[in-house]
Design a protein around this ligand. Structure first.
Ligand code: COA
Length: 338
């Protein structure tokens, strides 16, 4: 149902195509038993993760381009019609040029401009909202939004607190305008709070701590996370914002077909579903297979559930994420692909 807020728009941004890329190499929990002091039972019970992927054949732009190619092939999209490419990532190929430029060339999107967006695990939501704004404004007809992260390049494989949580993947959605305001992106609530900056970060490599022998020796070029603090904040942040967007749009738990949560920890996903008053089965989950793929988790869920026939046109979805920054947010959309 269109809300009063939607009616002031001529167009909604509708997801019209999806694609994904998963590296072939699988690292199961037994792999980590061999390299750090951990065990399969702890990992499954504390996180819900059984496997994750590791890219051995390219950088983030290669994974992103493969996800985009998958979308282009499956939905018969002409890459020359793509207007804008937004890549959400914290593992760009380089500081510059932007990963979006590298993807633009790799997929032959000759007429596109684009940029990278850095919002860690909330990156896809921030990019989706940005892309939706470009469509709603009426200027652009095809915006490609990609979440892609090669987390294996910033992981300390000696740190049992973090190394087993993350995986590599990329996934993409295409946004196009629709005059049918009953489908597409309908509402969003997004936040950031830099006071969380020291709970989850990579300290080295940027302008604060440029790379030196010392920064390498001190291990500043890999991800650090205070898991307990982030866990507490993530449960509260994701649950509160999911309930808030439901209330704002008068959605009952029956109105929501799926919660599409960032996949950081199965316990955070369950707590969010519980607060929304929806059964666990209505929360999309693939953390068991892929772990936390940062910006890729939410579009990966959408792509898999759509391809498995579990997602139908008209389904109301609440997307929710929490990540480094802190960043967090929720987007309410109605699925619009038949
Ligand atoms: N294997 C075995 N034991 C481990 C372990 C591992 N891989 N990692 C930590 N432990 C131990 C800890 O050392 C601790 O032992 P202690 O009690 O003797 O000190 C115990 O397990 C519990 O540690 P704790 O950190 O409290 O575990 P947890 O239940 O909070 O789970 C995380 C840890 C990282 C899985 C969890 O905190 C988490 O998911 N955090 C948030 C992640 C997130 O949302 N990120 C945001 C987006 S990226």
């Amino acid at each position: 149902m269109a809300t009063s807020k939607d009616k002031i728009r001529n167009y909604n941004a509708n997801i019209t195509a999806v694609g994904m890329y998963l590296p072939e190499k699988v690292l199961d929990n037994h792999y980590f038993e061999k390299i750090v002091d951990t065990n399969d039972e702890w990992i499954v019970s504390r996180t819900g993760i059984r496997e994750r992927r590791k890219e051995e054949n390219g950088a983030t732009s290669d994974m992103a381009a493969r996800a985009a190619d998958d979308l282009i092939k499956n939905h018969n999209i002409n890459p020359e019609e793509i207007d804008v490419i937004i890549v959400a990532t914290v593992t760009p190929d380089m500081f510059f040029p932007a990963t979006a430029c590298l993807v633009q060339e790799k997929i032959g999107a000759k007429n596109a401009w684009g940029f990278d967006l850095s919002a860690a695990c909330s990156g896809f939501l921030f990019a989706l909202k940005t892309g939706a704004g470009l469509i709603e404004g009426g200027t652009y007809k095809k915006v490609l939004v990609i979440g892609a992260d090669k987390m294996s390049t910033i992981i300390n494989y000696k740190d049992r607190n973090t190394c087993l949580l993350f995986g590599d993947a990329a996934s993409a959605v295409l946004l196009e305008p629709t005059e049918d305001l009953n489908i597409g992106v309908k509402d969003s609530i997004l936040h950031c709070d830099g006071s969380g900056k020291e709970s989850l970060y990579m300290k080295g490599g940027g302008s604060l701590n440029p790379p030196t022998h010392e920064t390498v020796d001190q291990g500043l070029h890999t991800l650090y996370q205070d898991g307990k603090t982030v866990f507490k904040e993530a449960v509260k942040g994701m649950a509160d914002i999911s309930v808030e967007i439901m209330q704002k749009n008068n959605l009952s738990s029956d109105d929501v077909a799926y919660l599409v949560p960032h996949q950081a920890n199965l316990r955070i996903i369950d707590a969010t579903a519980n607060r929304m008053g929806i059964p666990k089965e209505k929360a999309m989950v693939n953390i068991d297979k892929y772990g936390n793929t940062t910006a890729a988790t939410i579009p990966l869920c959408l792509t898999e559930y759509y391809r498995d026939g579990k997602l139908k046109k008209g389904d109301n979805l609440v997307l929710a994420a929490f990540g480094a920054g802190f960043t967090w947010g929720s987007i309410y959309l109605t699925w619009g692909i038949d």
